[in-house]
Design a protein around this ligand. Structure first.
Ligand code: OAD
Length: 235
């Protein structure tokens, strides 16, 4: 007799907090990026039209920091889950730290810093591993290269595929996100009733109203332990 055992499915929604211990700033914590920069000046299509130099500079700085950052214990712990579960990561982060840690299924909702694209044809996307994009760097159609990120006011093309991943989640891990930005945040509420939800975040997260087990602490310190518990309890 042949038995097929299906792996349980874990979906991870990650945000800036998972990369904080790698030295990358979050957005809304004290000292976070949106305290130093205004969203309207660096993260909207209007900002790009008004002042492409400032927008390009903002993302050049992010890219430069990313290139010297390394995955931390939280990114690595998620890789361990793959030996026991079907793991899908859905990240709001534009960094590549999940991939560099070794996670195999990573979906980027808000784009990727190490890619750029044409500003006239969004299907022209290019890998970009250098820190700097300059005004005057053009796509093959002769238009300025822009960051391959989703700005406020733009569509989130990966929402459809991300929502489909939520439908059969046995376990949902929400790690390092304030769940303030929609539509991404809505994913956490789109799982079936039986899905077991864990939130790993040092903040109190009461605003999120999720029916979740809250592991209140930094991801790099607490996620490795939670991963071991999940393997023991659920795999
Ligand atoms: P936020 O800055 O809004 O939230 C970061 C979350 O991480 C907060 O809940 C913190 O408490 C938590 N945190 C801080 N340090 C942590 C640590 N060491 N371990 C675990 N958690 C920690 O960042 P996001 O929710 O990711 O979008 O922000 C969502 C989106 O808003 C971003 O993708 C970006 C931003 O504007 C765009 O630019 C479109």
């Amino acid at each position: 007799m042949i038995f097929i055992t299906q792996l349980k499915k874990i979906v991870v929604i990650s945000g800036a907090g998972i990369s904080a211990e790698s030295g990358l700033s979050t957005f809304r914590d004290t000292g976070g990026l949106w305290e130093k920069y205004s969203i309207e000046e660096v993260a909207t299509p209007e900002a790009w039209r008004r002042n492409p130099e400032m927008v390009t500079e903002f993302y050049n700085l992010r890219r430069k920091q990313l290139l010297s950052a390394k995955p931390n214990a939280a990114h690595r712990a998620l890789v361990e889950l793959e030996a026991h579960f079907d793991v899908q990561i859905i990240t709001q982060n534009v960094d590549d730290l999940h991939e560099r840690a070794g996670s195999s299924k990573v979906m980027h909702l808000h784009g990727e810093l190490l890619k750029v694209r044409s500003s006239v044809d969004e299907s022209l996307v290019y890998d970009w591993a250098k820190p700097e994009v300059k005004l005057g760097d053009y796509c093959e159609k002769g238009s300025q290269l822009r960051p391959h990120v989703v700005w406020f006011g733009e569509e989130v093309p990966m929402m459809g595929p991300a929502l489909r991943e939520m439908m059969d989640a046995d376990i949902l891990l929400v790690v390092g996100t304030s769940l303030n930005v929609y539509p991404a945040a809505s994913l956490a509420y789109a799982v079936p009733d039986h899905t077991v939800i864990y939130v790993v975040d040092p903040g109190d997260m009461s605003h999120a109203g999720l029916n979740a087990h809250h592991v209140r602490g930094k991801a790099g310190e607490f996620l490795p332990g939670l991963v071991q518990e999940l393997i023991e309890e659920w795999a």
